[in-house]
Design a protein around this ligand. Structure first.
Ligand code: LMR
Length: 394
């Protein structure tokens, strides 16, 4: 039976990660996969995470099952992190959160849930969007359509284009939005634009579905959630997929959360029971360790403050690098948009041929789309990256 299968082309992000690992040049530079790096080029374990793990190891008494929803403590803490401590959506029982294996688990379970609600569902994704959105959502049987998002010339949000395409969506269609730190472009909606999108969604009867993978890495935990919270407060139903991979640095622990917001508490309770049934039939229950770390951190005042400090440091470092990168590139061209964008990613707007030359001739790795992980830079390598770019572009 297997003989009929053809090899599947590799995921471009994961393929680049492997290519980078195999490159033996000591001065190679990884601006590919979206993992945060410190000044020394390492992806460190946050000190708050290490401390939480120590406590868990000491206090853990069982490895028994957690159940399809995961840990209630984690779920409550994530609800507050995303929607705010005093959100009426939590107080009124209109929100439920379940622990998932990473943000991907949340996205896929949400897609399966949508498909259960209605067999014929269209989800609108931004052009461009994270490459894995397509198999995660399309693989569950959702029809994918694209809305304009990025102006390819300025590499900034084409808001008029976004509104124009979303005007053609039908009632009941789903709109996937990036909560903050748009992946791959770094071009985010401002609060005014979130408000306008909210009105459009309300007026047309669309269902918002937010991917919140980088909360805390754009401008801070609260500021990054402002648009999402505004939207959540205004619509009857909404889905949010959140990830703890970046803001807790828990990548390989696969820690995420899926929030369902419904019109009433009783609708929410029925919807959540269906979601739990879907989870049971896919992976039964989420892995415990990463969520236990997050729960320990968010549930302890001192540890939470330490984590926030560390996260703020990461966020500030990225903001610094965005400005420094744009400044260093000034002799090469106008890259000031990088300083205006947020989160880990920006496009350089160069051709795939230039990207390949950067990789081959200079050992600098970015995605063929020209997406760079700004967090992979540091002040020492900036001049070299600028020189290399100058060299391939001239
Ligand atoms: C990225 O976009 O590089 C990250 O979200 C990692 C991944 O899984 O693709």
């Amino acid at each position: 039976m297997f003989e009929a299968l053809n090899p599947l082309p590799q995921d471009p992000i994961l393929q680049l990660m492997l290519q980078f690992r195999e490159d033996t040049r000591p001065d190679k530079v990884d601006l590919g996969i979206g993992v945060y790096k410190d000044d020394a080029g390492n992806t460190p374990i946050m000190a708050a995470v290490t401390e939480a793990e120590r406590r868990l190891l000491e206090g853990e008494t069982t490895k028994s099952y957690v159940g399809p929803a995961g840990s209630a403590g984690f779920n409550n803490a994530m609800a507050a992190l995303i929607l705010g401590d005093n959100s009426p959506l939590i107080r009124d029982g209109r929100t439920s959160v379940v622990q998932t294996p990473g943000g991907c688990g949340a996205l896929r379970m949400a897609a399966e849930f949508l498909r259960l609600c209605k067999t014929d569902i269209t989800v609108w994704v931004s052009t461009p969007t994270w490459a894995n959105h397509l198999p995660l959502l399309g693989g569950a049987g959702l029809t994918i359509r694209e809305y304009s998002y990025l102006n390819p010339k300025t590499l900034e949000v084409d808001f008029a284009g976004m509104q124009e395409t979303l005007e053609t969506a039908k009632a009941g269609d789903v709109v996937l939005l990036h909560g903050c730190c748009h992946n791959p472009s770094g071009a985010d909606l401002n609060l005014e634009q979130w408000k306008e999108v909210t009105s459009l969604i309300q007026r047309k009867g669309l269902l918002p579905f937010v991917d919140m993978a980088y909360q805390g890495l754009g401008e801070g935990l609260e500021a990054d959630a402002a648009g999402v919270r505004h939207l959540a407060g205004a619509v009857p139903e909404m889905i949010i997929a959140a990830s703890c991979s970046k803001n807790f640095g828990l990548y390989r622990e696969r820690t995420g959360a899926l929030a369902l917001i419904s019109g009433t508490a009783s609708v929410n309770s029925a919807a959540t029971s269906q979601l739990l049934g879907i989870i049971r039939s896919h992976y039964s229950m989420p892995p415990a360790h990463g969520a236990a770390i997050v729960e320990t951190i968010l549930g302890d005042e001192k540890l939470r403050a330490q984590w926030q400090d560390e996260l703020n440091g990461m966020c500030e470092r990225i903001l610094h690098l965005r400005h420094a990168f744009a400044d260093t590139l000034a002799p090469v061209g106008d890259f000031r948009f990088i300083a205006r964008q947020r989160g880990m990613f920006s496009f350089l707007g160069i051709s795939p041929e230039h990207v390949v030359r950067l990789r081959k001739e200079h050992g600098i790795y970015l995605l063929d789309s020209s997406r760079v992980n700004v967090a992979g830079l540091n002040d020492r390598i900036l001049p070299r990256v600028a020189d290399a770019l100058n060299n391939v572009l001239k």
